[in-house]
Design a binder for this molecule. Sequence first.
Ligand code: COA
Length: 153
Amino acid sequence: MSALLRPEVSYRRMRSADLVAVAELEKSLYAFPWSLGNFRDSVEAGYDCWVACHGEHVVAYAILMVALDEAHLLNIAVAAPWQNRGMGRAFLDFMLGVARQAKCQIVYLEVRPSNLAARHLYRQAGFQQIAIRPSYYPAHGGREDALFLGITL
Ligand SMILES: CC(C)(COP(=O)(O)OP(=O)(O)OC[C@H]1O[C@@H](n2cnc3c(N)ncnc32)[C@H](O)[C@@H]1OP(=O)(O)O)[C@@H](O)C(=O)NCCC(=O)NCCS
């Protein structure tokens, strides 16, 4: 599957050759980033790992783990200069389409309560809170809960 997000940005599956660029982006976006090995493991495990590219450059990435009729969005991120231009929403919708094509009926994810941009994005897309996972994330000076969200497809 491939798709055009907008004239200059296209989606494709993540390749081994993307791992360095993806891990660099990840480091620039998260205080507690995934390692390159985490991304490599995801690709090798056969998860749905996708990138959005502008020319040769990876500007966003997402990882979806499908298990039977459920999926878990493990990561989605947009490079800082590309944020607030609708790319996160378009890419999220695309990944929900990937889940639909895999015959999933529900998609889950976790988000930090402090991540207002992501929470807004997910709410706008129709995700609803299911539960709180206490002390789920590492955080400076302690741990942070996760909001556990889901959307029925
Ligand atoms: C979360 C993220 C993917 C959103 O991507 P984006 O391309 O900026 O999102 P969009 O431009 O599509 O915006 C989607 C909605 O979120 C809102 N939004 C974006 N940034 C926001 C912010 N900092 N605070 C509040 N709302 C914000 C937009 O206004 C838009 O809402 P609207 O449709 O009501 O106008 C991006 O901020 C990101 O990559 N963050 C770092 C990685 C991350 O935290 N990923 C999520 C982990 S759970």
